[in-house]
Structures are given as structure tokens and as C-alpha cells.
Ligand binder design. Structure first.
Ligand SMILES: [Mg+2]
Length: 358
């Protein structure tokens, strides 16, 4: 694939995202999307030292250092899938990888839809709105609508609307993605800065929300965010990913900026995206299934053993590990040794899972 010129789809938006004012008005186009079929989902980096070692080992190498591991045979897949009535699907490493669709992903999704099996995508990605993601996936032959997607950003917007319906929000994020906050009161940089000034009469700011802002994470914005949090605004982390792999190598992610504000303010951020339990439950609540849906009737499919597999198991769901993404057989072996929560099944890719459904 002649990949994205800028690396993995909008690693750092080519143009400085303007945060705040631009809010409800999307930039005419996602800045770097041109070459990428779909933006790469953000690989989640969890906070464990094991994960850190794995990541460090992987940094600067290909995103798939391990050979494909031994997947379950079809009979076992079929048995493990018995009783599954709905799916939650991670995006990157499950249907796309480094901005390109994975082989068979489009067919697998079309087959789920044709058979009336409900599914939702569940992704930490927050550089793009759901509409933009759906457009890109569909353009790449993966038939997905915006309503099929729950992102850490859309969940953050929903949370803010619920908790602070009238409250002013200061959101650090890419302009296009801020359409998710349509109808909410977003502060421009100037307004936020004014509200953050000592002795300001500008009124209270309900929350500071840290999403993916790339090069928009300037000192001024971070300092404004810090002052607001110090002054009592709630700090919300869309996700806490530390860094991610792009074509250029390891790239600083928004979790590092969340930490900076936490460190300076002494306040702990509220986490919205994976691996938070509530994120899984939010997605599940949008899956239309007739009758009662038990947690064990739901299968999360993902390529990340921590943020997809262990997190889904912790939330009470079943979990299917696919070998089409960033984690492989040796990561699974390491998870076994650690005694972590393990997948209910292991498959080469989503295709085999859908094919094994009764
Ligand atoms: Mg993934």
C-alpha cells in the first residue's frame, strides 16, 4: 500500500488544529486524510510496566514483531462463539491496519449485517468524528455507518452533555473531531484563557477535556487547561495512551499531556475510553438487541490484550483475540504467564470468527 504521506493518518494534523473557536464548525477536510484510506485507530498503551516493556521493545520496529500465533481450530471457534448475540469490535488491527483495510474485513462486516447480528465499533480514536470515520471505512469497502461507531471522543461528548448540560467546556482536540460536541458550550482559547485568569469574573468552567490535539498542544493551551483544572474544572481524559507508532516512529500521544496537567494540578483525570468499564457499557447500551442481553452474550473482538481483551473480560463480556493487529502469540504467552485475563478465543482475523458463527 502506498501509505499516507504524513504517516499513519493524521498523526499530527498537518495544520495546527485550532482548539476552541473552531469547535462546531468542522475544518473543511480532515487534514492528513488524503492518502490514508482510513485513519489508524490509536493503539492503546496501558499503564502497566509489562506493557511498557513490550511497547519499548516494539518501538521503532514494525508494528507486528511476532509471527502469527496458533489460532483456535474452527471447531473450537464455533464452540466458543455459541450463544453470542452481539459484537463489539475494535477498529485498528481488526478491520484496518495502518490506514488500510485488512483483507476480508469488508466481507465479514457485510456478513454480520446481512445476518442481522448487531455490532458496534468501539475505538479510542479521537482525531476524527464518527461521521468521518464511517465515510472513510465505507470508502474502503467496509460498510459502516456513523451510528455503528462509538469513539472515546463521542463518549466524552455524551458524558459532558449528561453531566454538565449547561456547563462551559474547554476541549483540546482536532477541529473536525469537535463536531461531536455540537450543541454544547465550547470555549474558544481566548474565552478559556480569560476564564482561567486569576480573579476572573468569566464564570465557572465545568470541565477540561483532553482529546487528540497533536501539534495543537501548545504551552498556552496546556497552561490554560491547567489553570482551569486548578480552579475547579473537572479534568476528563478521552484516553490515556502514552504514545503510538506512526510511520515516523513512536509519537507522543495525548495521555502524556493528561499526565502533565494531572501532575501540575494534583487532580486525577476521569478516563472515558478503553480500558474504562463504562466505555464498554456505553457502547453496549446502543446495541439494539431484542429481549434481555446478558454481558456474556456479547463478544468483544480486539487485537490489544490489555485494552480490548482484559478490559472486556473485566467488564463481564467475552473476548476474542485476533492476530491481525499489533499483539501476537508471544504477547499472549506473556499475558498467560502474568496470569492476566485471557481471551475466550483466538482467531487469525475477524473473517474466521464470522465464518465460524452458527
Ligand atoms: Mg486495536
Amino acid at each position: 500500500v502506498d501509505g499516507p504521506a504524513q504517516g499513519n493518518a493524521a498523526v499530527v494534523p498537518a495544520n495546527k488544529p485550532t482548539v476552541g473557536n473552531a469547535a462546531v464548525v468542522p475544518a473543511d477536510k480532515p487534514t492528513v486524510g488524503n492518502a490514508a484510506v482510513v485513519p489508524a485507530d490509536k493503539p492503546h498503551r496501558d499503564e502497566t510496566s509489562d506493557a511498557r516493556r513490550t511497547d519499548a521493545h516494539r518501538a521503532g520496529t514494525s508494528d507486528r514483531a511476532d509471527p502469527p500465533g496458533p489460532a483456535d481450530p474452527p471447531d473450537r471457534l464455533r464452540a466458543s462463539l455459541r450463544g453470542v448475540r452481539a459484537f463489539l469490535l475494535d477498529m485498528d488491527g481488526v478491520v484496518v491496519l495502518r490506514g488500510a483495510p485488512l483483507p476480508g474485513a469488508g466481507t465479514a462486516i457485510a456478513s454480520l449485517a446481512a445476518r442481522g447480528i448487531p455490532f458496534r465499533f468501539l475505538t479510542n480514536s479521537s482525531l476524527y468524528s464518527r461521521e468521518a470515520l464511517a465515510r472513510r471505512l465505507s470508502g474502503a469497502g467496509i460498510p459502516v455507518g456513523a451510528a455503528d461507531i462509538v469513539t472515546a471522543l463521542s463518549a466524552s461528548a455524551a458524558l459532558a452533555a449528561r453531566r454538565w448540560p449547561e456547563g462551559a467546556l474547554y476541549v483540546l482536540g482536532a477541529p473536525e473531531a469537535l463536531v461531536e460536541f455540537a450543541g454544547q458550550r465550547l470555549l474558544s482559547d481566548d474565552e478559556a484563557s480569560e476564564a482561567a485568569r486569576e480573579g476572573s469574573q468569566a464564570g465557572e468552567v465545568a470541565a477540561v477535556i483532553v482529546a487528540d490535539a497533536g501539534s495543537g498542544f501548545t504551552f498556552e493551551r496546556l497552561n490554560t487547561a491547567f489553570r482551569l483544572v486548578r480552579g475547579g474544572a473537572r479534568l476528563v481524559a478521552v484516553h490515556r495512551n502514552r504514545w503510538w507508532l506512526t510511520r515516523e516512529g513512536a509519537t507522543l500521544d495525548s495521555g502524556a499531556f493528561v499526565r502533565a496537567i494531572e501532575y501540575a494540578s494534583g487532580r486525577r483525570a476521569l478516563l472515558v475510553g478503553k480500558p474504562a468499564d463504562s466505555f464498554f457499557r456505553t457502547a453496549l447500551a446502543t446495541v439494539g438487541v431484542p429481549g434481555e442481553l446478558g454481558l456474556r452474550d456479547v463478544m468483544m473482538v480486539g487485537d490489544d490484550l490489555q485494552s480490548d481483551i482484559a478490559a472486556a473480560r473485566r467488564a463481564g463480556m467475552r473476548a476474542a483475540f485476533v492476530l491481525s493487529g499489533k499483539h501476537g502469540a508471544s504477547d499472549l504467552a506473556a499475558a498467560r504467564r502474568r496470569g492476566g485475563l485471557l481471551p475466550d478465543l483466538v482467531a487469525p482475523s475477524l473473517s474466521e470468527i464470522v465464518a465460524a458463527l452458527d
